[in-house]
Ligand binder design. Structure first.
Ligand code: ARG
Length: 461
């Protein structure tokens, strides 16, 4: 049989394959709340503008309430014959209230309808992701507070560079995540215009009130160009871009946990809850959660890229290609939410191993810069020359098979007579870390101050 929505023009129904390629209900059923909210706002506006009468509006609104209760109780039914969630709701409304249902679609199209539903959903996703990020930040800050004085090696090129504190290192991720929160907030703000009422592409001849539906749906105002309204998926790309960058940050943290949990590092022991064993190697303890977070980040970046490519060649206004906007966005959001929760759990339950970290920090001549700085400060040596003297001292320690702090004073003075015994005050990792008191530096005092700032900032509203 021909389609009930456009049967007037069509004599035959779609082929089974046409139906299969066209059907988006398995994906967009997830928009049912947004779809009902949009329809209610639209019906009330049509009534208030005198476009439909009060009785029809009341029947439509109560029918939509019944559908909401049904979906709430039993989920969205499977209807392979109905193309999408919009068709499904309208068909169910017709079953419930009869011909008045046919008045709901006045001055509206599925094009502005789907843009509105999806935009509402995406704004919700921005807020949900931002809260999950804050939850991870809270874990990072709590662990940082325990470890403001725990010394670990700081790396560049993954070579031991200078000692830092674990608290400082963990708070670096809190900073990255704060920028992600800010990007999600921007995405939400930028999506603050309602496409509803743009109709198919050109606007409508009915005397509608788009500001009223915008307001009812929590948008600041209606979109200003009907063609743009139904063609725009920037809001989804904004979300995906922010999600991709957040996933990138999660991947870097995951990578560090994986590395630190590797026995040659041994900086951290991941809890049983967030690790798996091997079916063949009894000694194994694998950081699977962190590895999956690292893996999922690749998928999230791919989903962002995918929608960019879907959109990039499309002429105005709506094209059916755009139906492929929801699957990547939903999938990316689900992966991001799981990743955030998994990392929060992993970090919260991890046991850090300060002895291992300190030992690694003390190896690799990590206080060489402190020796050079001491020469500049205490002996007025130009930094380039101090760098050279320090290089010779490192070589002497390497030859002797000891750390810089273990070199006898005579050895150091043979390299440069301006060195005296006060230098030993700066050669330990503790002294090195304590000296880095510049704003944002790794000194425990600075890190404690940053922990206090974060606790203030992350206070639950
Ligand atoms: N299922 C469609 C989508 O998700 C709804 C819009 C359909 N509009 C149309 N003119 N066929 O994009």
């Amino acid at each position: 049989s021909s389609n009930q929505m456009w049967g007037g023009r069509f004599a035959a129904g779609p082929s089974a394959i046409m139906q299969a390629i066209n059907n988006s209900l398995p994906v967009d059923r997830r928009l049912w709340r947004e779809d009902l909210a949009g329809s209610k706002a639209h019906a009330a506006m049509l009534r208030d503008c005198g476009i439909i009468d009060a009785d029809d509006a009341a029947a439509i609104l109560s029918g939509l309430d019944s559908i909401e209760a049904e979906f709430e109780a039993n989920g969205v039914p499977d209807r392979p014959d109905l193309e999408d969630i919009h068709m499904l709701v309208e068909a169910r409304l017709a079953e419930l209230i009869g011909p008045a249902a046919g008045r709901l679609h006045t001055a509206r199209s599925r094009n502005d309808q789907v843009a509105t539903d999806f935009k509402l959903w995406t704004r919700g996703a921005c807020r949900e992701a931002a809260s999950a990020i804050v939850a991870l930040q809270q874990v990072l800050v709590a662990r940082a507070e325990e470890h403001t004085g725990t010394i670990m090696p700081g790396f560049t090129h993954l070579q031991v560079a200078q000692p830092v504190t674990l608290g400082h290192h963990l708070l670096a991720y809190a900073e990255m995540l704060q920028r992600d929160v800010s990007r999600l907030h921007d995405a939400d703000e930028r999506a603050d215009e309602s496409p509803l009422g743009a109709a198919a592409l050109a606007g409508t001849g009915f005397a509608t009130d788009r500001a009223a539906t915008a307001d009812a749906l929590g948008f600041a105002q209606p979109t200003a160009n009907s063609l743009d309204s139904v063609s725009d998926r920037d809001f989804a790309l904004d979300y995906l871009g922010a999600a991709a960058q957040c996933a990138l940050h999660l991947s870097r943290l995951a990578e560090e946990l994986i590395l630190w949990a590797s026995p040659p590092f041994g900086f951290v022991k991941l809890s049983d809850q967030w690790s798996t064993g091997s079916s063949i190697m009894p000694q194994k303890r694998n950081p699977d959660a962190a590895e999956l977070v690292r893996g999922h980040s690749g998928r999230i970046v791919g989903l962002f890229t995918g929608l960019m490519i879907t959109m990039k060649g499309l002429p105005l206004a709506y094209s059916k290609d755009m139906q492929d906007d929801k699957a990547p966005t939903f999938e990316a959001h689900d992966l991001l939410m799981l990743s955030l929760a998994a990392l929060a759990g992993t970090v919260e339950s991890a046991s850090f191993v300060p002895e291992k970290m300190r030992a690694a920090a003390a190896s690799g001549f990590s206080t060489a810069t402190d020796l050079a700085d001491w020469l500049v400060r205490e002996a007025n040596v130009p930094f380039r020359e101090a760098h050279h003297i320090t290089g010779r001292s490192v070589k002497a320690a390497e030859d002797a098979g000891c750390d810089l702090a273990d070199l006898p004073l005579e050895t150091l003075q043979a390299i440069d007579p301006r060195i005296d015994r006060r230098v030993y005050d700066v050669l330990t990792v503790e002294a090195s870390v304590a000296s880095r008191t510049s704003y944002g530096g790794t000194a425990p005092d600075q890190v404690r101050a940053q922990v206090a700032r974060w606790k203030e900032l992350l206070q639950p509203l």
